[in-house]
Design a protein around this ligand. Structure first.
Ligand SMILES: [Zn+2]
Length: 334
């Protein structure tokens, strides 16, 4: 049986809101064999439960990350960590280093923690003309959560509270490791492995990445088909209704364990059935899209707004018979 070493000092941090008002600690940060530290469920966590809500420890403008040399960036980050130390938050940042950072100076160490743990987030209203601006951000809690190509939690950056929200995409059982996806999970295993190695410096050993050869081949073929289907379905200029393809996309997402993104497939199925003039089927998939979409994404996401409109009145939605209308107008399809 796997043995997890409990870190009492970190356990205290978990008295954060769990979204249900229940006082029990939701998870522990423990040593995980072969993976440094990770989060494991301390009790049953229900699908849809908000497990973490993390404020950023450090945010660095994307332009600074791209424009500054590594040394200058190191100095900038080191200064930010010094500021955190003064406010009593610095140890959370330094904790992330674990035992695996080999650096001689404080700048190098802080830089390595940053490179290993930063997530990219978009913040509205800070860019040119009030547009979006990209930041590389380190969140203490979220940075403790390991990657899996079929993760059991989703996360998004909440623009209102400027926090990273992490939500269980399915029930998570006590002692089960809690995971999120660091890269685009719909890609074949080779592409995922390459990205994970380049950006985070590790080889993924999750279930999807360690299948027997024949199953791996089939899984990679499914992932490639997902990419092709998304391209086809997102081409609204074709006059051919594609509801069966959208349903195939749902099957492929399910088989690949992409429950954190399943709403993307439901969204396409809702549009395609509506595009073909079937309001009942369209409403069915719009409901499914809203169920997981409202759970895993910020509720002001435009696609959710669109699905709410479709549910209210499929015939008034922009997608109503849109593929058929293209045929009537002599569109480009067959
Ligand atoms: Zn993997």
């Amino acid at each position: 049986m796997m043995k997890f070493a409990r870190l009492e000092s970190e356990r205290k941090l978990k008295a954060l809101p769990t979204g249900t008002g229940r006082p029990e600690v939701a998870y522990d940060v423990v040593d995980i064999p072969g993976k440094e530290k990770g989060a494991v469920a301390a009790r049953l966590i229900r699908r849809g439960e908000e497990v973490m809500r993390a404020a950023p420890l450090i945010m660095v403008d994307d332009a600074a990350v791209g424009g500054l040399g590594r040394k200058e960036l190191g100095v900038l980050i080191h200064e930010a960590v010094q500021g955190l130390l003064e406010s009593g938050m610095g140890r959370y940042y330094r904790d992330l280093a674990g035992g695996n950072v080999q650096a001689t100076t404080g700048e190098q160490k802080d830089m390595q923690v940053f490179a290993k743990n930063a997530f990219k987030v978009r913040v509205r209203g800070l860019g040119e003309n009030g547009g979006e601006r990209m930041f590389h951000t380190v969140f203490h809690e979220v940075s403790r959560v390991n990657h899996d190509c079929s993760p059991n939690m989703g996360y998004y950056f909440d623009q209102e509270s400027l926090t990273q929200k992490v939500v269980a995409a399915r029930d998570i059982h006590p002692h089960e490791e809690m995971t999120i996806g660091y890269v685009d999970l719909s890609q074949p295993s080779m592409a995922r492995q390459q990205l994970l190695n380049e950006s985070w410096g590790f080889a993924c050993t999750c279930h999807r990445c360690t299948l027997p050869p024949a199953q791996q081949k089939e899984a990679d073929s499914r992932a490639s088909q997902i990419q092709r289907l998304l391209e086809q379905l997102d081409d609204y200029s074709s006059a051919e209704p594609l509801p069966e393809m959208a349903e195939l996309l749902i099957t492929l997402y399910e088989l690949e364990g992409l429950r954190v993104r399943i709403y993307e497939a439901y969204y396409r199925a809702a549009l395609e059935w509506n595009g073909a003039g079937s309001s009942v089927k369209a409403t069915n998939y719009a409901r499914l899209c809203l169920d997981s979409g409202l759970m895993l994404r910020s509720d002001d996401s435009p696609f959710l707004d669109s699905m709410m409109k479709l549910v209210q009145s499929p015939q008034q939605h922009w997608s109503w018979k849109f593929r058929i209308a293209l045929v009537e107008k002599g569109g480009s399809g067959p």
